[in-house]
Write a protein that binds this ligand. Structure first.
Ligand SMILES: NC(=O)c1ccc[n+]([C@@H]2O[C@H](COP(=O)([O-])OP(=O)(O)OC[C@H]3O[C@@H](n4cnc5c(N)ncnc54)[C@H](O)[C@@H]3O)[C@@H](O)[C@H]2O)c1
Length: 255
Protein backbone atom coordinates (compact mmCIF):
# COMPACT_ATOMS: atom_id res chain seq x y z
CA UNK A 1 0.00 0.00 0.00
CA UNK A 2 1.32 3.45 -0.97
CA UNK A 3 2.03 5.56 2.09
CA UNK A 4 0.57 9.06 2.44
CA UNK A 5 3.54 11.41 2.03
CA UNK A 6 3.54 14.29 4.49
CA UNK A 7 5.43 17.61 4.61
CA UNK A 8 5.56 18.55 8.29
CA UNK A 9 5.58 22.30 8.91
CA UNK A 10 6.84 23.13 12.41
CA UNK A 11 8.71 19.82 12.32
CA UNK A 12 11.22 20.86 15.01
CA UNK A 13 8.60 21.89 17.56
CA UNK A 14 6.90 19.85 20.28
CA UNK A 15 3.95 18.78 18.11
CA UNK A 16 6.28 18.09 15.17
CA UNK A 17 8.22 15.71 17.44
CA UNK A 18 5.02 13.94 18.50
CA UNK A 19 3.91 13.49 14.88
CA UNK A 20 7.32 12.14 13.86
CA UNK A 21 7.48 9.63 16.68
CA UNK A 22 4.00 8.27 15.78
CA UNK A 23 4.87 8.12 12.07
CA UNK A 24 7.93 5.99 12.86
CA UNK A 25 5.60 3.00 13.39
CA UNK A 26 2.86 3.95 10.90
CA UNK A 27 2.43 1.67 7.87
CA UNK A 28 0.17 4.09 6.00
CA UNK A 29 1.90 7.47 6.27
CA UNK A 30 5.39 8.94 6.33
CA UNK A 31 7.02 12.36 6.68
CA UNK A 32 9.08 13.08 3.55
CA UNK A 33 10.53 16.33 4.93
CA UNK A 34 9.93 19.16 7.36
CA UNK A 35 9.81 22.94 7.17
CA UNK A 36 10.81 24.94 10.23
CA UNK A 37 12.02 28.48 10.83
CA UNK A 38 14.82 26.94 12.95
CA UNK A 39 15.85 23.70 11.24
CA UNK A 40 17.81 21.12 13.21
CA UNK A 41 18.68 17.43 12.86
CA UNK A 42 15.52 15.34 13.46
CA UNK A 43 16.03 12.39 11.09
CA UNK A 44 14.29 13.85 8.00
CA UNK A 45 15.38 16.76 5.77
CA UNK A 46 14.19 20.08 7.28
CA UNK A 47 14.12 23.32 5.29
CA UNK A 48 13.73 26.90 6.53
CA UNK A 49 11.09 27.63 3.88
CA UNK A 50 8.71 25.89 1.46
CA UNK A 51 10.72 27.42 -1.40
CA UNK A 52 13.50 24.90 -0.62
CA UNK A 53 11.30 21.76 -0.62
CA UNK A 54 12.04 19.33 -3.46
CA UNK A 55 10.33 16.18 -2.11
CA UNK A 56 7.06 14.96 -3.67
CA UNK A 57 4.19 14.84 -1.20
CA UNK A 58 0.43 14.30 -0.85
CA UNK A 59 -0.39 16.56 2.08
CA UNK A 60 1.00 19.15 4.53
CA UNK A 61 0.54 19.01 8.29
CA UNK A 62 1.03 22.44 9.82
CA UNK A 63 1.91 22.61 13.52
CA UNK A 64 3.88 25.87 13.37
CA UNK A 65 2.32 29.33 13.76
CA UNK A 66 0.20 31.73 11.70
CA UNK A 67 3.43 33.44 10.52
CA UNK A 68 3.94 33.02 6.74
CA UNK A 69 0.58 31.27 6.42
CA UNK A 70 0.24 32.51 2.84
CA UNK A 71 3.50 30.86 1.77
CA UNK A 72 2.31 27.41 2.87
CA UNK A 73 -1.18 27.87 1.37
CA UNK A 74 0.37 29.00 -1.90
CA UNK A 75 2.72 25.99 -1.91
CA UNK A 76 -0.23 23.65 -1.29
CA UNK A 77 -2.18 25.25 -4.13
CA UNK A 78 0.76 25.18 -6.58
CA UNK A 79 1.43 21.48 -5.82
CA UNK A 80 -2.24 20.46 -5.48
CA UNK A 81 -1.80 19.28 -1.89
CA UNK A 82 -4.29 19.19 0.95
CA UNK A 83 -3.25 20.95 4.14
CA UNK A 84 -4.05 20.14 7.76
CA UNK A 85 -3.95 23.52 9.52
CA UNK A 86 -3.44 22.59 13.16
CA UNK A 87 -1.74 25.85 14.20
CA UNK A 88 -3.84 28.22 16.30
CA UNK A 89 -3.92 32.00 16.80
CA UNK A 90 -5.11 33.00 13.32
CA UNK A 91 -6.32 36.59 12.82
CA UNK A 92 -9.56 37.49 11.00
CA UNK A 93 -7.42 38.28 7.91
CA UNK A 94 -5.78 34.84 8.15
CA UNK A 95 -9.20 33.18 8.38
CA UNK A 96 -10.40 35.08 5.31
CA UNK A 97 -7.26 33.95 3.43
CA UNK A 98 -7.88 30.33 4.47
CA UNK A 99 -11.48 30.54 3.19
CA UNK A 100 -10.20 31.97 -0.11
CA UNK A 101 -7.67 29.15 -0.61
CA UNK A 102 -10.29 26.52 0.29
CA UNK A 103 -11.87 27.28 -3.10
CA UNK A 104 -8.75 25.71 -4.69
CA UNK A 105 -7.45 23.13 -2.18
CA UNK A 106 -8.68 20.80 0.56
CA UNK A 107 -8.10 22.42 3.97
CA UNK A 108 -8.63 20.58 7.24
CA UNK A 109 -8.80 23.12 10.02
CA UNK A 110 -9.59 22.58 13.65
CA UNK A 111 -8.39 24.23 16.83
CA UNK A 112 -8.44 20.83 18.50
CA UNK A 113 -7.61 17.50 16.93
CA UNK A 114 -8.62 15.29 19.85
CA UNK A 115 -11.60 12.99 19.60
CA UNK A 116 -12.70 13.97 23.12
CA UNK A 117 -12.95 17.68 22.38
CA UNK A 118 -14.93 16.94 19.26
CA UNK A 119 -17.44 15.04 21.41
CA UNK A 120 -17.35 17.87 23.97
CA UNK A 121 -18.39 20.29 21.23
CA UNK A 122 -21.47 18.19 20.47
CA UNK A 123 -22.34 17.96 24.19
CA UNK A 124 -21.97 21.75 24.63
CA UNK A 125 -24.20 22.40 21.63
CA UNK A 126 -26.89 20.09 23.01
CA UNK A 127 -26.63 21.67 26.48
CA UNK A 128 -26.91 25.22 25.12
CA UNK A 129 -29.96 24.27 23.04
CA UNK A 130 -31.74 22.68 25.99
CA UNK A 131 -30.78 25.24 28.64
CA UNK A 132 -31.10 28.40 26.56
CA UNK A 133 -30.78 31.77 28.27
CA UNK A 134 -31.70 30.49 31.72
CA UNK A 135 -28.06 29.42 32.28
CA UNK A 136 -24.95 31.63 32.09
CA UNK A 137 -22.08 30.15 30.08
CA UNK A 138 -18.45 30.64 31.15
CA UNK A 139 -15.40 28.90 29.69
CA UNK A 140 -12.15 28.27 31.55
CA UNK A 141 -9.08 27.02 29.70
CA UNK A 142 -5.69 26.07 31.18
CA UNK A 143 -2.43 25.63 29.30
CA UNK A 144 1.33 25.50 29.86
CA UNK A 145 3.35 28.65 30.45
CA UNK A 146 4.85 28.71 26.92
CA UNK A 147 1.56 29.00 25.03
CA UNK A 148 1.61 32.15 22.91
CA UNK A 149 -2.09 32.79 22.14
CA UNK A 150 -4.94 33.41 24.57
CA UNK A 151 -7.69 32.45 24.87
CA UNK A 152 -6.94 29.09 23.28
CA UNK A 153 -8.27 28.28 19.83
CA UNK A 154 -10.25 25.45 21.44
CA UNK A 155 -11.92 27.80 23.95
CA UNK A 156 -12.99 30.05 21.06
CA UNK A 157 -14.21 27.04 19.10
CA UNK A 158 -16.31 25.92 22.10
CA UNK A 159 -17.64 29.47 22.54
CA UNK A 160 -18.62 29.55 18.86
CA UNK A 161 -20.36 26.18 19.24
CA UNK A 162 -22.41 27.44 22.21
CA UNK A 163 -23.07 30.73 20.44
CA UNK A 164 -24.54 28.87 17.45
CA UNK A 165 -27.43 27.87 19.72
CA UNK A 166 -28.05 31.59 20.31
CA UNK A 167 -27.83 32.53 16.62
CA UNK A 168 -24.48 34.24 17.29
CA UNK A 169 -26.04 36.81 19.65
CA UNK A 170 -23.59 36.30 22.56
CA UNK A 171 -20.49 38.44 22.95
CA UNK A 172 -17.23 37.12 24.34
CA UNK A 173 -15.71 38.69 27.48
CA UNK A 174 -12.08 37.73 27.96
CA UNK A 175 -11.41 37.66 31.71
CA UNK A 176 -12.87 40.27 34.03
CA UNK A 177 -11.11 42.98 35.95
CA UNK A 178 -12.23 45.84 38.19
CA UNK A 179 -15.80 47.04 38.82
CA UNK A 180 -17.39 45.30 35.87
CA UNK A 181 -20.95 45.36 37.22
CA UNK A 182 -23.49 42.58 37.07
CA UNK A 183 -22.98 39.93 34.44
CA UNK A 184 -25.08 40.50 31.34
CA UNK A 185 -27.10 37.71 29.75
CA UNK A 186 -25.44 38.42 26.42
CA UNK A 187 -21.96 37.45 27.70
CA UNK A 188 -19.90 34.30 27.35
CA UNK A 189 -16.95 34.74 29.71
CA UNK A 190 -13.65 33.17 28.61
CA UNK A 191 -10.79 32.81 31.08
CA UNK A 192 -7.22 31.76 30.30
CA UNK A 193 -4.99 30.18 32.97
CA UNK A 194 -1.28 29.69 32.14
CA UNK A 195 1.19 27.65 34.15
CA UNK A 196 3.76 24.89 34.27
CA UNK A 197 3.36 22.05 31.80
CA UNK A 198 -0.46 21.83 31.62
CA UNK A 199 -1.14 20.18 28.24
CA UNK A 200 -4.66 21.58 27.73
CA UNK A 201 -7.81 21.70 29.87
CA UNK A 202 -11.19 23.12 28.94
CA UNK A 203 -14.29 23.57 31.08
CA UNK A 204 -17.59 24.91 29.83
CA UNK A 205 -19.72 25.91 32.79
CA UNK A 206 -23.48 26.30 32.46
CA UNK A 207 -24.47 28.12 35.67
CA UNK A 208 -28.18 28.33 36.43
CA UNK A 209 -30.30 29.06 39.50
CA UNK A 210 -29.26 26.53 42.13
CA UNK A 211 -27.62 24.13 39.67
CA UNK A 212 -24.46 24.01 37.61
CA UNK A 213 -23.52 21.75 34.73
CA UNK A 214 -19.83 21.54 33.81
CA UNK A 215 -18.60 19.83 30.67
CA UNK A 216 -14.85 19.37 30.75
CA UNK A 217 -11.98 17.82 28.86
CA UNK A 218 -8.41 17.27 29.92
CA UNK A 219 -5.62 16.31 27.50
CA UNK A 220 -2.97 14.29 29.34
CA UNK A 221 -0.40 14.36 26.55
CA UNK A 222 0.17 16.11 23.24
CA UNK A 223 0.07 12.72 21.54
CA UNK A 224 -3.75 12.89 21.18
CA UNK A 225 -3.37 15.90 18.87
CA UNK A 226 -0.67 14.21 16.79
CA UNK A 227 -2.91 11.13 16.38
CA UNK A 228 -5.72 13.39 15.10
CA UNK A 229 -3.40 15.26 12.72
CA UNK A 230 -2.18 12.02 11.13
CA UNK A 231 -5.76 10.76 10.73
CA UNK A 232 -6.63 14.05 9.03
CA UNK A 233 -3.54 13.80 6.78
CA UNK A 234 -4.62 10.34 5.60
CA UNK A 235 -8.20 11.55 5.00
CA UNK A 236 -7.46 14.76 3.09
CA UNK A 237 -5.73 13.60 -0.15
CA UNK A 238 -9.01 11.93 -1.25
CA UNK A 239 -10.94 15.17 -0.84
CA UNK A 240 -11.68 17.94 -3.29
CA UNK A 241 -11.31 21.66 -2.57
CA UNK A 242 -13.15 22.85 0.52
CA UNK A 243 -13.02 23.21 4.30
CA UNK A 244 -13.04 20.07 6.43
CA UNK A 245 -13.06 19.47 10.16
CA UNK A 246 -13.02 16.63 12.67
CA UNK A 247 -16.74 15.96 12.47
CA UNK A 248 -16.50 15.39 8.67
CA UNK A 249 -13.70 12.88 9.18
CA UNK A 250 -15.55 11.05 11.95
CA UNK A 251 -18.80 10.97 9.97
CA UNK A 252 -16.95 9.33 7.07
CA UNK A 253 -15.02 6.88 9.27
CA UNK A 254 -18.27 5.84 11.00
CA UNK A 255 -20.39 5.56 7.85
N1 LIG B 1 -5.11 21.89 16.69
C1 LIG B 1 -4.64 21.22 17.74
O1 LIG B 1 -5.25 20.23 18.21
C2 LIG B 1 -3.35 21.66 18.37
C3 LIG B 1 -2.76 20.90 19.39
C4 LIG B 1 -1.52 21.29 19.89
C5 LIG B 1 -0.91 22.43 19.41
N2 LIG B 1 -1.54 23.17 18.44
C6 LIG B 1 -0.92 24.36 17.87
O2 LIG B 1 0.18 23.94 17.08
C7 LIG B 1 1.17 24.97 17.05
C8 LIG B 1 2.53 24.38 17.44
O3 LIG B 1 2.48 23.91 18.78
P1 LIG B 1 3.82 23.35 19.49
O4 LIG B 1 3.44 23.07 20.89
O5 LIG B 1 4.46 22.29 18.68
O6 LIG B 1 4.73 24.68 19.43
P2 LIG B 1 6.33 24.77 19.39
O7 LIG B 1 6.64 26.20 19.67
O8 LIG B 1 6.95 23.71 20.22
O9 LIG B 1 6.68 24.44 17.85
C9 LIG B 1 6.41 25.27 16.79
C10 LIG B 1 7.51 25.03 15.73
O10 LIG B 1 7.11 25.72 14.55
C11 LIG B 1 8.20 26.47 14.06
N3 LIG B 1 7.64 27.62 13.34
C12 LIG B 1 7.01 28.72 13.84
N4 LIG B 1 6.58 29.52 12.85
C13 LIG B 1 6.93 28.90 11.69
C14 LIG B 1 6.76 29.21 10.32
N5 LIG B 1 6.15 30.33 9.92
N6 LIG B 1 7.26 28.36 9.39
C15 LIG B 1 7.90 27.21 9.76
N7 LIG B 1 8.09 26.87 11.05
C16 LIG B 1 7.61 27.69 12.00
C17 LIG B 1 9.03 26.85 15.28
O11 LIG B 1 10.38 27.09 14.92
C18 LIG B 1 8.87 25.59 16.16
O12 LIG B 1 9.89 24.64 15.88
C19 LIG B 1 0.65 26.06 18.00
O13 LIG B 1 -0.04 27.02 17.21
C20 LIG B 1 -0.33 25.31 18.89
O14 LIG B 1 -1.34 26.16 19.46
C21 LIG B 1 -2.74 22.80 17.92
Amino acid sequence: MKKTRIILCGACGKMGGNVLSLLASDDEATAVCGVDLYPREIGIPVYPSFADVTEEADVIIDFSSPVELKERLEYAKAHKLGIVLASTGFTQEDLALIQEYSKSIAIFKTANLSLGVNLMQALCKAAAEVLGDSFDVEIVEKHHNLKKDAPSGTALMLADTVNEAFAGQKRYVNGRDGIVGAREKSEIGIHAVRGGTIVGEHEVIFAGEDEIITISHSARSKRVFAVGAIRAAKYLPKKGAGMYEMKDLLAEENS
